[in-house]
Design a protein around this ligand. Structure first.
Ligand code: URA
Length: 431
């Protein structure tokens, strides 16, 4: 039997009592947990100790490095500069869908290894899987080939990428230890650094629909992410963006794909276009392509062409009709006035309850379920006017969805309209 250099109980006690973990303790903890030599209950206790006591920058950097080393690194030898985007997750956040083909059409290579949704935030792969025939699982060779030929890949992370995070994230999910800056930052960055992209733009959400409810927390997370990326030689920038209101009008799976296609065809909601272009500019700057104007490329139709090639290359039919819901419930304005609140978290939970998301890993999602927002904060409305469409294949889910909208959709006498240009709140660059 292998002799272990540390005992898990001593590592837990050190962190529980507010101490810092040594490099050797961190390397051993991640390695031993990955190979099953630290029990799930011990890792649960350590995750809670980290949640409560925090970690300093050196501990976070080492913890991230150990998680990267737990698996393989992708070797993305392609002819274009590689740059990726990661969002900390929000409601109606379909930005990857128009962004990846847009940045590819501008000349970069975008390797978007994405996840499935859990809880009230949707998952990019669930959205794309609503396209008939589309396949999320690709081999490393297929990823590299598609990046070289088309410039954009959105697919599932390969099994071997940061396996320590895969295990730890599932554990954090059921032990209430997700919302910890050291644990979130190391989780995101271990996967992104192992993915092998040279540049990375982080979309750090703040507001009711985000993990980080306050701007201060979001700023701290953004700084931590940028610090880790820079320390690992990845050119990293973060945008702090508003997630108090759902992004765009569509929240769900197939309806978010449809809205993304509208953007790629030159239309779509103003906030989705604004954020797509802001992220594209940052990505192009990191890729050394700042002379290319993404707004021009979007208007030219070249991003839409790249989208069609990207979807077809993964077996999908970009022209196929998308799944339609079996039932639509219309939510009406209760009075005349102005829509003053459309709370992202409430809408996200309602869409999830309608079947757009899953409560447990591995559950199936309904591709047609979701919410279509027919008005946004600042819009004048009259009593009886449809404000939201609730889409589902299971009408029994409607009362629970309506309950989660209670207090989250308000009509008052007046309210300020949301200013154009107010989605991006701050930019965080390496110091
Ligand atoms: N996304 C991740 O990949 N990890 C986290 O911990 C939170 C969001």
């Amino acid at each position: 039997m292998r002799t272990e250099p540390f005992a898990a109980v001593d590592v837990i006690r050190a962190k529980r009592d507010g101490g810092r973990l040594s490099d050797e303790q961190i390397d051993w903890t991640i390695d031993a947990y990955t190979r099953g030599a630290i029990a799930e209950e011990q890792m649960s206790a350590l995750a809670m100790a980290i949640f409560l006591r925090g970690m300093d920058s050196a501990e976070i950097a080492r913890w991230t490095g150990a998680m990267i080393e737990s698996g393989e690194r992708l070797d993305l030898h392609v002819s274009r500069p590689t740059v990726d985007k990661h969002s900390t997750g929000g409601v109606g956040d379909k930005i990857t869908l128009p962004l990846a083909p847009l940045v590819a059409a501008c000349g970069a290579a975008v390797p978007q290894l994405s996840g499935r949704g859990l809880g009230h935030t949707g998952g990019t792969l669930d959205k794309l899987e609503s396209i008939p025939g589309w396949r999320a699982e690709l081999s490393t060779a297929e990823i590299v080939k598609q990046l070289d030929e088309i410039g954009a890949v959105v697919c599932a992370a390969t099994e071997g990428l940061a396996p320590a995070d895969r295990k730890l994230y599932a554990l954090r999910d059921v032990t209430s230890t997700v919302e910890s800056i050291p644990l979130i930052a190391s989780s995101i960055m271990s996967k992104k650094i192992a993915e092998g992209s040279a540049g990375l733009v982080l979309d750090v959400k703040t507001g009711s629909g985000a993990f980080m409810k306050t701007r201060e927390q979001a700023r701290e997370l953004a700084r931590t992410l940028v610090e880790i990326g820079t320390a690992h030689g990845v050119a990293t920038t973060a945008l702090l963006t508003d997630m108090s209101v759902p992004l765009g009008n569509a929240v769900g799976n197939a309806i978010e794909v449809a809205e993304s296609v509208d953007v790629l065809r030159g239309g779509g909601p103003a906030d989705v276009v604004e954020l797509t272009l802001a992220l594209a500019r940052e990505m192009l700057a990191l890729a050394g392509l700042s002379e290319v104007d993404p707004a021009e490329v979007l208007a030219s139709g070249r991003a839409y062409e790249t989208w069609c090639r990207m979807i077809s290359s993964q077996g999908g039919d970009p022209e196929a009709s998308l799944p339609k819901p079996q039932h639509i419930h219309v939510f009406e304005a209760p009075r005349d006035g102005t829509l003053s609140t459309l709370d992202a978290y409430s809408v996200g939970v309602a869409a999830w309850r309608l079947g757009a998301g899953r409560a447990r890993r591995g559950e199936a999602v309904q591709y047609a379920a979701g919410i279509l927002c027919l008005a946004k904060p600042g819009d004048p409305v009259v009593a009886g006017q449809p404000l939201l469409e609730l889409h589902t294949d299971t009408p029994d889910a409607v009362p629970a969805a309506l309950a989660s909208l209670d207090g989250g959709v308000l009509v008052t006498d007046s309210a300020p309209a949301r200013e154009p240009g107010s989605i991006v709140l701050e930019t965080v660059r390496p110091s």
